[in-house]
Design a protein around this ligand. Structure first.
Ligand code: NOJ
Length: 564
């Protein structure tokens, strides 16, 4: 029953694609991307192999944090189209078999949200306790701010009432008071609302901040109990309404703290989490050309409940955060991939996309994306990664990687037919500009990154052992090569097992591994080339690997009927 199991737990073998509606495709040529534009590109995404579309915030907002400062949770930003347009987009995606999830940003609102306007109007307003207030001068919290270039405290004095409100992010993003049952009800209502409109789940913003009670007066946290209970309640609420909806959480914590957000032995909190620790170790491995950091990290990754899942990613819409590396390790990555101060952000990350970091080396780039899809878990792409887009360092801060999608080599990269001065964000210029990097020409080029990633998505879907199975990191003698094996024993007794080989270094080499439980003389088939190997006695397998080479080697048992 392989097919049934993978489709029931669809998120475990999904190909996730994150896009920002306003920079993806402009349907009405006013310079701002819109729902119609995205709908017109659903077939492109379908062809790429996307099975789950993640829409970044599309709600009315205060214009401070690129949509993460919401002024109305029950509406859409009119600049992106109408409610009807969004529903048409969701319907079109579903018609092509795609799930759709959206950002759920309920740790905070915009300071222009009517709740906050009411809350700050007087200490006795019924909405006062929707937010977190203190009446005494706060201590120095400059070491806790998320955006150190903009803020020096997580508390902001509000002149009118002479009290301070909590804001973990920008001061224009006051934190909601999660301990207030009315706020909890509103959050459930928001989730329920978007589920009724057909969303299949949410990417949950800033989860640790959302559930913690930091700053909330002790008296007001009575009755709130264990913060994780709140997450559990939200998940239970969703599952009551529709069992196959997901919560994909942003929890950038070390594994030992992060794993609790899956919900302990029951796995009844977040369905998925981005693997921030692995992503950071991947960059260290790339910088060192040494598979060690990734291998160690995979070995330490907690074993999680079968229905929960890690989402792997190489880049997302924020700075490439390296905050969990040591200062020396971070410096190594900075030296390798972002030595100029203008490439760095907040002292902890890089505001670059991957291809320029790798000097556009196509072999290395393809190896990294092969690894992304081969890692145990679910791959998540950020728009433009599939064609190898670069960043625009002229654009401030994190916005450097949020430039318009490059569709063609023509005017405005085919994103919009408006005048360039009216574009929502400037187009990338130079070697990564649309003249060199665009979807239209890559579609026709079998050697392009787009063609390769399309192939990867297809092979990933054919290998449910990558998303569903257990894995082991295999020992061998070549430090630059990561070898891991994913195995899935299906309900009907069939076993699918694949060995994944990635050389993070430029030198060709050879690895020899022992495959437990595999007899000598077993066929080993490379899913990306004509390479066919066979095991020696006791499952010994020797594999030649090119510099920055990769192999997905399926262990072809006698009963395996999958295509070679
Ligand atoms: C995380 C989001 O990814 C980021 O873009 C945003 O600024 C913060 N959360 C605040 O919502």
């Amino acid at each position: 029953m392989r097919t049934t199991e993978t489709s029931d737990l669809w998120w475990k073998t999904a190909v996730i694609y994150c896009l920002d509606v306003k920079t993806f495709m402009d349907g009405d040529d006013n310079g701002i991307g819109d729902f119609d534009g995205v709908a017109s590109r659903i077939d492109y995404l379908n062809e790429l192999g996307v099975t789950c579309l993640w829409l970044m915030p599309f709600y009315p907002n205060g214009g401070r944090d690129d949509g993460y400062d919401i002024t109305d949770f029950y509406a859409v930003d009119p600049a992106l189209g109408s409610f009807g347009d969004l529903v048409e987009l969701v319907r079109t995606a579903k018609d092509r078999g795609m799930r759709v999830i959206a950002d759920l940003v309920v740790n905070h609102t915009s300071d222009r949200h009517p709740w906050f306007r009411a809350s700050r109007s007087s200490t006795t307003n019924p909405y006062r306790d929707f937010y977190v207030w203190r009446d005494t001068e706060p201590p120095d919290t400059s070491d806790q701010v998320v955006f150190p270039d903009q803020e020096d405290s997580i508390w902001q004095l509000d002149e009118k009432t002479g009290e301070w409100y909590l804001h973990n992010f920008y001061r224009q993003q006051p934190d909601l008071n999660i301990a207030n049952p009315k706020v909890q009800d509103e959050i459930a209502k928001i989730i329920g609302f978007w589920m009724e409109l057909g969303l299949d789940g949410f990417r949950v913003d800033a989860v640790p901040f959302l559930i913690e009670t930091k700053g909330i007066r002790k008296a007001d946290t009575q009755g709130y109990g264990d913060p994780h209970e709140h997450l559990r309640a939200l998940k239970a609420f969703m599952s009551r309404r529709r069992g196959d909806t997901i919560l994909l959480g942003e929890v950038n914590l070390p594994y030992k703290d992060q794993v609790a957000f899956f919900g302990g032995t029951d796995g009844d909190e977040l369905t998925m989490m981005f693997d921030f620790p692995l992503m950071q170790q991947l960059y260290l491995s790339l910088a060192r050309r040494d598979a060690g950091p990734v291998a160690d990290c995979l070995r330490k990754r907690p074993v999680i409940q079968p229905h929960t899942q890690y989402a792997n990613f190489v880049r997302n819409h924020d700075e490439l955060t390296l905050d969990k590396l040591t200062d020396e390790e971070r410096q190594e990555v900075f030296d390798a991939f972002g030595p100029e101060p203008e490439m760095q952000l907040y002292g902890r990350g890089l505001r670059r996309r991957l291809p320029p970091m790798l000097n556009g080396d196509p072999r290395r780039l393809k190896m990294v994306y092969s690894l992304l899809f081969a890692l145990p878990g679910t791959p998540a792409l950020f728009y433009g990664e599939e064609i190898g887009m670069g960043e625009n360092l002229e654009v401030p801060g994190r916005m450097a990687v949020r430039t318009p999608m490059q569709w063609t080599s023509g005017k405005n990269a085919g994103f919009s037919r408006t005048q360039p001065s009216r574009l929502v964000a400037p187009i990338v210029e130079g070697p990564y500009g649309p003249a060199h990097i665009n979807a239209a020409s890559q579609r026709k080029d079998p050697e392009s990154l787009l063609s390769f990633i399309t192939l990867l998505a297809g092979r990933y879907r054919e290998c449910p052992e990558l998303g569903m199975g257990r894995y082991e990191v295999l020992d061998h003698d070549a430090p630059s090569v990561l070898v891991h094996r994913c195995t899935w024993e299906q309900l009907d007794g069939d076993v699918a097992s694949t060995v994944l080989v990635h050389n993070l270094g430029p030198e060709a080499t050879e690895i020899t591994v022992t495959l437990e439980g595999v007899d000598g003389g077993t066929d080993i088939v490379d899913l990306f080339s004509d390479l066919e190997l066979s095991t020696e006695s006791r499952g010994r397998l020797t594999v030649p690997v090119e510099g920055y080479g990769h192999h997905w080697l399926r262990i072809h048992g006698p009963n395996d009927r999958r295509l070679r």
